[in-house]
Structure formats: structure tokens, C-alpha cells
Design a protein around this ligand. Structure first.
Ligand code: IPM
Ligand code: MG
Length: 376
């Protein structure tokens, strides 16, 4: 089968890590008889500095026409739009809103031989399997709704308003997404129970009261999955204290944004954290670490998050297109990542090694190739 993949390397280390994911996708292509028609597009802060626009006209439409989108990272500190916003954000939000990618999927898994990054993480090894949960963040409303602005009087910004919009539709579909995902998983590490935790602040805000009420309505349709509730503030401390009790958590946009960076600490840091932005008909996959400009061009950052983002893409596309080869390849790429981590010989600095980004990428690609041969 042939698939169209739109590739947006973006800024800083984005193109470097994307290159490593492409290595792995090339191996998958050859091993599984697939064709990935990978089309690169320029977008982000550097593109803005060069041209005065965040991405060329027609790029959104090309992304829309593709089977899936892979994004490295967008944003550079010196690339600022006339309205004061970071150039590149329009690309990310253009795609999230424009393609209605309503579920932001952030798997948080601590792989073997990877140390968590909570204080003194390098001294304490957690038992394997302790951290394995997914945060589903609503991705098209909440505090990210573009209903915001300033009261400007005589050239002075006197007041700023951001409206936090929660809709029944927005809550319903993202909560359903979380329950459907929970059905496919193995439950929380602590007790192997399927569980969806509703994370909100329904003791205070109206939006969260609605979110929780809708959660209850949806949960009623999933009797085999345990209901669980947490206020966002308490959730964050429980997440650090006992990550093993979580399976799937669902929350609104800004709470999810904050919780997912914190969660990355439990899986070995941002270099390990991949994310998907998923809608009914489109999806974009990205590492969550951002462009990290200070490391750009040095070939030192960890490519794992980007490779795992590509792995999520294979899984999503495989399920959507009912393509067994794609589904198998997703399993194999994850195993390849695990093998390289377990072996511990080709790790980047953030994982305690000295390998270059490209060396770790090659190691994962080679491992993918070996595993694909034995699994077919
Ligand atoms: C994320 C990022 C983005 C967000 C930024 C880059 C706008 O932090 O994907 O979590 O806030 O959603
Ligand atoms: Mg974030």
C-alpha cells in the first residue's frame, strides 16, 4: 500500500530528529512492502524569517490531503510575528483547529533501562512497567479557544481576557476517545484495572462541571472500565507519587498541556515523550520537546520522541486503513526502541550516554530491520 506523509521538520532540532524518524520509516517501507510518499514542507520560525510568512500558501491543504502528518518542532526565540506571537504557533494551531484534531494523545511510558527524571532519578531505578499511562488532552477548545483579547485605552493595554470555552460536543468526543483507548490497553500497572480518570476542577469552574457531567454520561456506556475522578491540583501530586495507578486520564486543554510536560519527567524527560493530535479524519504526530534551538545543528538530542511519534502514526494509520503490515510495523518499531534502550550502548546524553542523535537513530533503524526480518 502507498501512503502520503506530509513532513514538517520545522525549526531548531526539529529537522534533525525528523531525519532519524525517516530512517526508521525507510526500513519499515522495505521490510513490509509499503510505500511512503514522504513530502517535506517548509514551515515555522525560520520560514517566517526567510519569507515573512509562517508557511507557504497551500501547505495546509497539502497536509489535509495527506494520510498523516509528522511534525518536528516549530518556533525560534527571534522569530516573532507582528502581533507579538511566536512564528510557527500558527502552523501548529492552524492544523489542530483547521483539521479538527480534537484529541491530544500523550502516552507516558517508562521503558526498560531508562531512569525517570524526578529529583535524583539517575540514582533511583524504578521497577519496569511502573509508569504506563496515557493522558488525553482536549485539543480544540478550553483556554486555547481563540476568543481572547485586550482592552486597549489610549495605547495602554489595561485588561486582557482569555475565555475558557468548554462545550458538550468537545467534552463528549474527547471523553469517548479516552474510553475507547482504555478498551485497547492492559489497565493500570498497579492493579491491571481498566480505568479512565477524569481530571478537572469541577469544585470551582462551570466548564469543569460540564466536563465531568459529560464524562459521567459517556462512562455509563463503558461498564467494564473503572471511573475515577481527580481535581487537577491533586492529580499532579498523585501522578508523581503513584504513577502506577493510572491507565488513561482525560482532561481539558490547558490542564492537559501542563500535566503532560510534568508526566514526561516520569518517562525519562522530554526526549522520550511523543504525542499525537488526532481527529476523525486526520492526525498529526510530533515529539513534545519543541525546537530546542540551543542544541540545533549539534546532532546531540534524543531522537526517540520523534521516532515514537512516527510509531504512533504507524499504529493510527494501520488501524484506520485496516493495514496489518502497518500495524505490525508499529509493534516492531516500539520493540526496536526498547531493545536499543535496554542494550544501553547507543544512548544520547539525556539518557546517560554519549551517542549522537544520528547514531541513536541508526541503532533504532537497524534494530527495526533485524526485528522485522524475524517477525515476518
Ligand atoms: C504542546 C505545546 C504547545 C501547546 C505550544 C507549542 C503552543 O506546549 O503541544 O504541548 O501549548 O499546546
Ligand atoms: Mg505543552
Amino acid at each position: 500500500m502507498a501512503y502520503q506523509l506530509a513532513l514538517l521538520g520545522g525549526d531548531g532540532t526539529g529537522p534533525e530528529v525528523l531525519r532519524e524518524a525517516i530512517k526508521v520509516l525507510r526500513v519499515v517501507q522495505d521490510a513490509y512492502g509499503l510505500t511512503f510518499d514522504m513530502v517535506p514542507y517548509s514551515a515555522g520560525g525560520q520560514h517566517f524569517l526567510d519569507t515573512g510568512e509562517e508557511w507557504p500558501d497551500g501547505t495546509f491543504e497539502s497536509c489535509k490531503a495527506a494520510d498523516a502528518i509528522l511534525l518536528g518542532a516549530v518556533g525560534l526565540p527571534n522569530a516573532i510575528l507582528p502581533n507579538g506571537e511566536l512564528a510557527g504557533t500558527g502552523v501548529l494551531f492552524g492544523l489542530r483547529f483547521g483539521l479538527d484534531l480534537y484529541a491530544n494523545v500523550r502516552p507516558t511510558k517508562l521503558y526498560p533501562n531508562v531512569r525517570h527524571k524526578v529529583h535524583d532519578g539517575f540514582k533511583q531505578i524504578w521497577e519496569p512497567g511502573k509508569v504506563d499511562f496515557v493522558i488525553i488532552r482536549e485539543n480544540t477548545e478550553g483556554l486555547y479557544t481563540p476568543t481572547r483579547g485586550y482592552l486597549d485605552r489610549g495605547g495602554t493595554k489595561e485588561l486582557a481576557i482569555d475565555s475558557r470555552v468548554i462545550t458538550r460536543k468537545g467534552a463528549e468526543r474527547v471523553v469517548r476517545f479516552a474510553f475507547e483507548l482504555a478498551k485497547t490497553r492492559h489497565g493500570a500497572p498497579a492493579d491491571r484495572k481498566h480505568r479512565v480518570t477524569c481530571v478537572d476542577k469541577s469544585n470551582v469552574t462551570a466548564g469543569c462541571k460540564l466536563f465531568r457531567a459529560v464524562y459521567d454520561e459517556v462512562a455509563a456506556g463503558y461498564p467494564g472500565i473503572e471511573r475515577d475522578y481527580a481535581y487537577i491540583d491533586a492529580f499532579l501530586q498523585w501522578l508523581i507519587r503513584s504513577p502506577e495507578s493510572y491507565d488513561v486520564a482525560v482532561t481539558s486543554n490547558m490542564f492537559g498541556d501542563i500535566a503532560t510536560d510534568l508526566a514526561a519527567v516520569l518517562q525519562g524527560g522530554m526526549g522520550m515523550a511523543a504525542g499525537g493530535n488526532v481527529g476523525e479524519d486526520h492526525a498529526l504526530f510530533e515529539p513534545i520537546h519543541g525546537s530546542a534551538p540551543k542544541h540545533a545543528g549539534k546532532d546531540v538530542v534524543n531522537p526517540t520522541a520523534m521516532i515514537l511519534a512516527a510509531q504512533m502514526m504507524l499504529e493510527w494509520l494501520g488501524r484506520r486503513k485496516q493495514d496489518r503490515a502497518l500495524q505490525e510495523s508499529a509493534i516492531v518499531v516500539e520493540k526496536a526502541v526498547e531493545d536499543v534502550l535496554r542494550e544501553g550502548k547507543t544512548l544520547t546524553y539525556d539518557l546517560g550516554g554519549a551517542a549522537k542523535c544520528s547514531e541513536m537513530g541508526s541503532a533504532i533503524a537497524e534494530s527495526t530491520s533485524r526485528l522485522a526480518k524475524t517477525s515476518r
